[in-house]
Design a protein around this ligand. Sequence first.
Ligand code: BES
Ligand code: ZN
Ligand code: ZN
Length: 512
Amino acid sequence: MKITLKNQKLENISCDVLILNLFEVETRRSTSLWGGTGAVDFALNGLIKKIIKEENFKGKAGTTLVIRTNGLIPAKKVIVIGLGEKEKFDLNSIRKISASAIRCAKKEKAKTVCTILHGAGAGKIDIKNAAQAITEVSQLALYEFDRLKSKDKKEPKMEIKTLIIAETDKSKLKDIESGIKRGNIVARAQALARDMVAESAITMTPTKIANIARKVAKENKLKIKVLDSAACKKLGMGAFLAVAQGSDEPPKFIEIKYTPKRKPKKHVVIVGKGITFDSGGLSLKPANSMETMKDDMSGSAATISTMSAMKELQPDVAITMIVAAAENMPSGKAYRPGDVIRAMNGKTIEVLNTDAEGRVTLADAVSYAAKQKPDEIIDLATLTGACVVALGDTANGVMTNNQKLADKIIKAGNEAGERMWQLPLYDEDREKIKSDIADMINTGSKGKSGAQNGAVFIEKFVSDIPWVHIDIAGPSWIDKENEYGPKGPTGVGVRTLINYLTNYASTQNHHA
Ligand code: BES
Ligand code: ZN
Ligand code: ZN
C-alpha cells in the first residue's frame, strides 16, 4: 500500500473511505465536533453528529461507525473511529486506532483511503512519531501470508492501494513526510520478520536463513560472514554444534556488520536465537507444544530484518548481528541429556534437558560476540515457556546485568509499541544453575523462575559486557488475530531494535 501526504482539506479529498475520529467527550457535548471531523461534519450538514446520536455512538477507543456521504463530499464513505478518553490518549492509542480503522476500511472494500492524522490536535504527541506509527500499523494490519495457498484457494484480493494522510497545516508537512518514510522502512522490516517465521521449518532451514542474511547484507552493502560447522568447530563452538548435530540440516553461524560512515559512537552486538525447528531433541516435546515451534527462529528473524533497514536509517553506532542457526532434532546423532559439552569460551555445560537448546546455542553466539569486546550485547530469543506463562503474548521479558542499558531498551521498546517488562536476576538464581560435574547445567530448579534460569545461563558467556536479554517467546506468536495482523508470527523485536539503535544506542551506559 502506498502512503501519500496531501496538503488539502479532508472534505475536498476524493477517496472510497475517509477515516475521521473523535474522543469520548465529544459525544457527550452538544457543541460542534472538533478539528477535521468537525469540518467534515459541517460539509455533511451535521450528518455525523446526527448519526452519532441515533446510533448512541460513545467514541470508545477503537469502535467504528460507517456513514455513507451520499455525494455531499467527494469521499464515498466516512468511518468515524473512537479515540477513547482524551486523558489516556497516547502513541499506542494511535497505533490501535489506526490499525482498527484500516481493517474496517478493508472490510468496506475501499481501494483509496484517506485518514485524518490522529493525534495532530492532541498537542502532546510528536507529529512525526504519530505519522510513523500510523504508517507502520496501517501497513502491518493489512499483512497477509498466503504464499503457501494454491491459487484457487486464495481469497480474491481486495487490496487498499493508497492511504492518504491529509494535513492542512503546511508547517507540519515536513515532519509528517519523514514519519511516513521511516514508518514504511520499519514496517517493511517487520513484515520480512513475519514472512521468515511464517515459512515452514521444512523450507526455513539454517541454510535458508543464511541465504536471506546474505541477500539482506548485499542489499544493504553490509559485510557478512557465514561459518559452516567445520569453521565453528575450529573456533571451539562445542555448544552450538552439539545442538545442531541431531539434525540432517547443516548449521550456519551468521555474522553481519554495519559500520556508520562517520566514526561510530559505539559498538552494539545484537544476537538472535535461530532454532529453525525446536522438537525438543531427545527430551522430546509433546506434539501440541511442537505445533508452533517453527517460530523458534523469531529472534534471528528480528535481528536479520533489523539489519535490512540499516542502509536507509544509517544509525551512528557500529552494529554486529549474530545468529547461530540450527535445528533441534532427535536422532541417533543427537546430543543427549547428561552430555557435558564445551562452549567457545572454555566453559563446560552439563546438558540436563536437550529442549533447553536455545541458551546452549546462545552460549557460543554470545561468547563469539564478547570476544569482540563490544560496548553492549542485546539478545532476542524465544527462550522459555516460563516467560510465556509469566507475561503471555502481551509483553517481552527483559533481563540484564546492566540496569542503565536495560532502562534504555525498555523505553525504546515501549515507545515503539512493543511491551517490555523486566524480570529480576538475583544471585540466588545464579546459584541454581551450578553443576556437580561441569561449570553449569542448562536447566535450573524445576518449575521455578524458568525465564531467569535461561538468562543467568546466557550471562555466564557475556564476560561482564553490558548485556540485555529479551525473551520474546510470548509476543513472537499470537494464537488469535488482533488489530496489528493475523494470527501467527508478529515480527516482534524489529521495532524495538530499530528504535533503540537509531535513537538511544549512541548514549553511554554507566556501569551497573
Ligand atoms: N523454544 C522453547 C521455548 C518456547 C516455549 C518458545 C513456548 C515459545 C513458546 C525453548 O527452547 C524451550 O523448550 N525451553 C524449555 C526450557 C526447559 C526445558 C528448561 C521450556 O521453556 O520449557
Ligand atoms: Zn527447546
Ligand atoms: Zn527453543
